[in-house]
Write a protein that binds this ligand. Structure first.
Ligand code: FAD
Length: 509
């Protein structure tokens, strides 16, 4: 039996405190900040990397924090700071450089002036922004441990009772193993989540809800590597003209053919002293992945980009690193349908308000992951945190009510998000001309029809996603409705044509 005294002890041990977050990426740090702002204390974040702004050349991609992600930065009062370290979508200039050196700069068209301004910044700048907020304002509630890797999670019974607790083993920097016994364990540890994999093992005999379900898209499994270029790199051999940090570049290559053609995509940066990252995204059988050493890299790039002074902008060390790097592959769009687990607790405990069992919850890439086609990786992770905050508010921070509520609120969006990632814009990497053409016809048809008959047709999914007031689920329903209408109209058109042909045939004979 749980006595009043025991409850008081439990409450002070558990309620709104003793949280362990695995993963110090955007989702992990954002969850820590959200809980601290709600009044939770004793929050520990584990991050296996050495620092918040740890630089990994092949993970140096840029985020676009849109209105959806800003629901979280607004909640924390961070949007103003975000705007100061980012390039805004209203000031986004793109310069195309052709193989003959000709250049054209254009301003990215504003899709809808009523949408919130979005902000572009490197991943490490965004993670650092969240970490500095912790350091500045929440040190008394949040501890971030770097070089700390969660290696094992166990359930253990308390004194042979039915009550289960968590036990988490962590490898630390000095090689020692530290054990945590959190009340709430949060899995924000990305695609290969240790937390989700543990839940999958525990749940195996009864269900597969912690298994990722895969929905292959036309961009999944493309291979990528990042070439790091100096800040303000020269654009011509004379060294008279230099790249501008706040301008994006699309540098077209001279080589032709599926296995040889290549281009460089460089996103803008606010900080003029930061190195630039050129993304190279190609099929896994492309020649570029066969370059083995510095000289091969120079030879290939000089042939591919005759318009650029390659040896001036790619250092021998960077060429060697590029040749040796494994790069990465775009993930297949995927989600898992289990977003939480509540541990067993004494029945009596349930009868006492605010006395919950320990629980585990998953957010971010640990539950939904996809290629970067729709720019929603970080925004959806921040929206997960925002929804968790709403679930906590609606259930008075009681885990036994919050965790199922979070799952029921977020799972429909998670599924819709992955379906959208599968179809919304997978042809943007110049993979195949015919496929791209068909996709663009479909895209412009929807755009045109939505402008002419807005009450019947919705704009393409890629535009709808920019509207943060619509949930992913609402967007998916709108997209499907337009698809069905287009099918019905094409069938009517086809039947009409057939009828005409038949009538002509009848008239002839
Ligand atoms: C090539 C590429 C380009 C992308 N481009 C974009 C883009 O343009 N826009 C966009 O919005 N999204 C993009 N994404 C996706 C985006 O990076 C993710 O959606 C986003 O980072 C999710 O944040 P997260 O915190 O859930 O996971 P992550 O960013 O993966 O963070 C997980 C963290 O957990 C840590 N960790 C993992 N396991 C452990 C462990 N056992 N113990 C301790 N720490 C651990 C990791 O070191 C990592 O820091 C891209 C992804 C890729 C691969």
């Amino acid at each position: 039996m749980v006595t009043e005294e025991l409850f008081t002890q439990k409450e002070s041990n558990n309620f709104c405190q003793n949280v362990l977050i695995v993963g110090g990426g955007p989702a992990g740090l954002a969850t820590a900040l959200m809980l601290a702002k709600r009044g939770w204390i004793n929050i520990t974040v584990l991050e296996q990397r050495a620092t918040a702004d740890y630089y990994e050349p092949d993970k140096s991609f840029n985020y676009q924090i849109d209105g959806r992600g800003q629901k979280f930065t607004d909640f924390l009062g961070l949007t103003d700071q975000l705007s100061k370290i980012s390039v805004s979508s209203t000031e986004f200039f793109l310069t195309h450089i052709k193989p003959n050196g000709s250049r054209k700069t254009s301003k990215l068209p504003t899709i809808n002036p009523n949408r919130k301004t979005a902000y572009w910044l490197p991943r490490k700048a965004f993670v650092l922004l969240l970490y500095q907020e912790i350091e500045k304002n929440w040190q008394d509630r949040i501890t971030v441990l770097f070089s700390a890797k969660c290696v094992q999670i166990n359930k253990k019974c308390i004194n042979n009772s039915k009550q289960e607790n968590l036990e988490v083993f962590v490898h630390t920097e000095n090689g020692s193993v530290v054990t945590f016994e959190p009340y709430l364990l949060v899995g924000c540890d990305g695609l290969n989540s240790t937390v989700r994999n543990t839940l999958k093992e525990w749940d195996k005999p009864t269900s597969d809800k912690f298994e990722m379900k895969l929905f292959p898209s036309l961009s999944s499994c493309l291979r990528y590597k990042v070439l790091t270029l100096p800040a303000n790199f020269p654009l011509v051999t004379s060294g008279n003209e230099h790249a501008v940090s706040t301008t994006a570049y699309a540098i077209r290559g001279a080589l032709r053919g599926r296995k040889r053609s290549v281009s460089l995509g460089i996103l803008p940066l606010k900080n003029p002293d930061e190195p630039r990252s050129a993304n190279i995204i190609k099929y896994p059988d492309h020649q570029i992945w066969e370059l083995k050493n510095t000289e091969e890299v120079y030879n290939f790039f000089e042939k591919a980009f005759p318009q650029l002074p390659i040896r001036q902008i790619v250092s021998p060390e960077e060429a060697e690193r590029f040749a040796k790097s494994e790069g990465g592959y775009f993930p297949i769009p995927q989600y898992c349908s289990g977003l939480h687990l509540l541990l067993m607790h004494e029945q009596a405990c349930l009868e006492i308000p605010q006395c919950s069992s320990a629980g585990i919850i998953l957010l971010g890439d640990a539950i939904h992951c996809f290629p970067p086609d729709i720019g929603q990786g970080v925004n959806s992770a921040l929206e997960d945190v925002y929804i968790l905050n709403e679930a906590l508010s609606q259930s008075n921070d009681e885990l036994s009510r919050t965790l199922p509520l979070y799952e029921s609120l977020r799972l429909p969006d998670t599924k819709a998000l992955v379906y959208l990632a599968q179809t919304a814009y997978p042809w943007q990497y110049n993979q195949n001309s015919l496929g791209r053409l068909v996709w663009f016809v479909n895209f412009f048809l929807r755009l045109l029809l939505s402008r002419l008959l807005p009450f019947i047709f919705n704009p393409p999914a890629f535009f709808l996603i920019q509207n943060h007031q619509l949930s992913y689920q609402q967007i998916w329903v709108m997209v499907q409705r337009t698809t069905s209408t287009l099918y019905i109209l094409s069938m009517i058109l086809l039947c009409g044509l057939l009828a005409l042909v038949l009538k002509d045939l009848v008239d002839i004979y």
